[in-house]
Design a protein around this ligand. Structure first.
Ligand code: SAM
Length: 271
C-alpha cells in the first residue's frame, strides 16, 4: 500500500477536526495495536472510525472479519483504495452512537472484540455504549488521550481515581499496553495518547446502587463521604455514619480512598 499521506493527497482528502480525525502514520504502531488487542483468526472485530483504513487493514490481517463503522462518507474513495481489496472487511458509514444495540448485533451476530483509535471528542460515550449495553463483547482495545487512559486504570488514593476508573474497572480488567507520542499522527494533535486494553469481567451485583454511590462519593471530591452522602442522597449525618461503620469504614473517609471492593461492600448495605 502506498504511503497514507500520498493516498490522502491523491484523493484530495482533507482531515476534519469536527470528527476527531487524527490518522496514524506509523506502520509499526498499527501492527503494535493489532498485537495488543490479541485478535487472532476466528475473532470478529468491530472498529470505530476506520478513517483512512490503515488500522483496519492491520486488523484484517489477523482477524476473521472486521466491521468498521465510519461517520464520514467522504472517506469512501480513500477506504476504497486502502481496504477495498479485502473480502473480510465491511465498512458501514454510520455514526456508531446512532446504531441501536439490536441493529449492531443484526450486523455482527457473534461475540466480538472492539479495536479503535477513538475520536477524542466522543471517547466516553463510545466506551459507555459498549460497556453499558448487553453485548457479547470480549474485549476493547482503544487508543485514547493519555490522561483519559490514566483515569481508566487509576487505583484508589491517587489523583486520577474517580467515576471513570470505577465505571471501567467494575466491568473490565484494564491495562495500558503502550504510550503513544502525538508525533505519530496526521495532523498532530496537541495531546499524547495511550492504548488501553479492557478485558470484560463478570461485572458486579447491584449495578444501579453502585453507580449512584460512586457518583455521590465523587460529587465533591474534597468533602468526606459522609458529607457527600448527606448532600447527594439526602440522608442524615447519623444514618450516613452508621452506614460507614457497618461497612467497617472510618466516618472521616473520602470517596477517593475507597477501593472498588469497599464501594461494593457499601452498596450492599445501601441496597
Ligand atoms: N482509525 C484511523 C486511524 O487510526 O488512523 C482513524 C482514527 S481517527 C482518531 C477517528 C475516526 O473516527 C475518524 O475517521 C472519524 O471520522 C471517525 N468518527 C468520528 N466520530 C464517529 C462516530 N460517531 N461514529 C463513527 N466514526 C466516527
Amino acid at each position: 500500500m502506498d504511503n497514507i499521506l500520498n493516498i490522502l493527497r491523491q484523493k484530495n482528502f482533507v482531515t476534519k477536526k469536527k470528527f476527531g480525525q487524527n490518522f496514524i502514520t506509523d506502520a509499526n504502531l498499527l501492527s503494535a495495536i493489532a498485537d495488543d488487542s490479541g485478535i487472532t483468526k476466528g475473532d470478529v472485530v468491530v472498529e470505530i472510525g476506520p478513517g483512512a483504513g490503515t488500522l483496519t487493514r492491520a486488523l484484517a490481517q489477523k482477524a476473521d472479519f472486521v466491521y468498521a463503522f465510519e461517520i464520514d462518507e467522504t472517506l469512501e474513495p480513500v477506504l476504497g483504495e486502502t481496504v477495498g481489496d479485502l473480502d473480510n472487511v465491511k465498512v458501514i458509514f454510520k455514526d456508531i452512537l446512532k446504531v441501536k444495540p439490536d441493529e449492531l448485533m443484526g450486523v455482527v451476530s457473534k461475540p466480538f472484540k472492539v479495536v479503535a483509535n477513538l475520536p477524542y471528542y466522543i471517547t466516553s460515550p463510545v466506551l459507555f455504549y459498549f460497556l453499558e449495553n448487553e453485548f457479547p463483547l470480549l474485549s476493547l482495545t482503544v487508543m485514547v488521550q493519555r490522561e483519559v487512559a490514566l483515569r481508566m486504570i487509576a487505583e484508589h488514593n491517587t489523583p486520577d481515581y474517580g467515576v471513570l476508573s470505577l465505571a471501567v474497572q467494575s466491568r473490565a480488567n484494564a491495562e495500558i499496553t503502550r504510550y503513544v507520542s502525538r508525533k505519530l499522527f496526521h495532523p498532530e494533535p496537541n495531546v499524547d495518547s495511550a492504548v488501553v486494553k479492557l478485558t470484560l469481567n463478570d461485572g458486579i451485583p447491584n449495578r444501579a446502587v453502585f453507580d449512584k454511590l460512586v457518583r455521590c462519593a465523587f460529587a465533591c471530591r474534597r468533602k468526606t463521604l459522609v458529607n457527600n452522602l448527606m448532600q447527594s442522597m439526602g440522608i442524615s449525618r447519623e444514618a450516613a455514619e452508621e452506614l460507614l461503620s457497618k461497612a467497617g469504614l472510618d466516618v472521616k473517609i473520602r470517596g477517593e480512598a475507597l477501593s472498588k471492593e469497599q464501594f461494593l461492600t457499601l452498596s450492599e448495605f445501601l441496597k
